[in-house]
Design a protein around this ligand. Sequence first.
Ligand code: 9G3
Length: 566
Amino acid sequence: MKQSRTFIPTMREIPTDADIISHQLLLRAGYIRQHMSGVYSYLPLAKKVLRKIEAIIRDEMEAIDAVELFMPTLQQSDLWIETGRWDTYGDELFRLQDRHERQMALGPTHEEVITSLVRDEVKSYKKLPLTVYQIQTKFRDEKRPRFGLLRGREFIMKDAYSFHSTEDSLEDKYNEMMLAYSNIFTRLGLNFRAVIADGGTIGGNGTHEFMALSDIGEDTIAYSDSSSYAANIEMAEVNVDYAKSKETLKEIVKVDTPGIRTIDEVASFLKIEPSKVIKTLIFKVDGTLAVILSRGDHDINEIKLKNALQAKDISLASEQEIEEMLSCKAGSIGPVKLPLDLKVYADYAVQSVVNGVCGANEEDRHLMNVNPERDFAIERYFDLRFIQEGDPSPDGNGTIRFAKGIELGHIFKLGTTYSQPMKATYLDDNGKSQPFIMGCYGIGVSRILAAVAEQHNDENGLKWPKQLSPFDVHLVTINMKDEAQKNLSDQLYHLLKSYRYDILHDDRDERAGVKFTDADLIGVPVRLTIGKKAQDGIVEVRFRETGESVEWQKEEVTEKLQAYFG
Ligand code: 9G3
């Protein structure tokens, strides 16, 4: 490809509204341009990288018998009404009407569409298992699009759906997808972890996310420093044997704590460790108030609480609701002498508190030497707290560390979550009608482009892994008007093309400095420079990854490139 004929609008200045390196570099190197907030154009270089990412995904999907199809972006509302999601999704769902005022949506995902398609076309268990996928643009009206392609309102997703007649068959496909995803992210050259994740609102008994490790990642991963255990912090279970101190139980004492509100204020005022404080929170659980206790040095994980209480809706009670019920402020509430109808649940760590401190349910008063079971009843203990760095790994192997991650893949066991409400059934081997058992599996394709750029760059620009680079070789001719340079360039161009290399030839009438700066920004792994030494048949070679420069005789270029590309 002649660079003088392509479309690569590089920029020198750093764009002000791009606050992560991948977003800055993809803009500066002429890969993407913003159309509007959260919506991007992929320019020729990005399109070539996307094509390579998709090729790796297609290869791994085919290897596990997933077949590619392509579903509509426009989705009729009827299907979303069948599953109840037309109402549960709010502003994030792009809704529109056609000229006949029929309600529809721009597809954010395709569970309803694929389930209705399979419902109509697959009638017998003999046709199962069936796994289909597509690579397609999705629309989600994010409230705050940010970080360029990482959180857009229009993005490219690979979404796969599998249909089964047994849980075992789903389990098998789910495990095959786990492996296929590991292959994909490995082949993409990404540093990633497969983490245990929460199924979120779509239910399903178990899901995994695939996270690219990155400091700008929005998710926190809890992983063990000496095993493969890794979980999204929202789901990481806590498995700790809390040591119970041997100190004798003392009599409760009420103390004045004027203006003392937070755990740290209580701890420093009463000269005790935060772990001796019993933190009392009031939650509204499906409309009913409940008291949730944790140790003062821990935080309640609302996803765990919701799952533990099997609640549909959960939220912290408001100040006003607390004052109505306990006639004191949130900073002075405690579990002792509560109205009887209030249920008290606690994280396991509370069990180990001896002679603890808690609010007295009176303004500016706390109780000391409070002991669970003796001074207040607990309905049930659960694992409710967020895991913390330094906790033992739940698998008993090593210690927990935190890392930030960018979610690039998410796979789910759906069961009959969609087939049941949509009455999507097949006839089993007894001729009995059964709902399909389903799985769904997503990969953020455009997000991968940004994640790879985030993990592969330096201060001069992008540094693509060989297998993803928009071109194999960047052939830079210093001066196309120079006979020797032009001849050697054309000779090499055609020779390398015949060896199936994909070449970007910088044939522009620009200064050398401009060409080199652009080449470093664009990030093709090998740069061959044709300059003054062309008449001696010498090519200057520079490897983008290491910055290393060498000189090759023109006769050895193909064999040396083959050695480099393997
Ligand atoms: C919506 C909107 C946003 C959404 C969804 C629906 C996320 C929604 C979850 C999934 C689950 C999997 C198949 C591929 C992998 C992910 N955001 N999800 O269902 F209407 Cl506006 O999409 N779907």
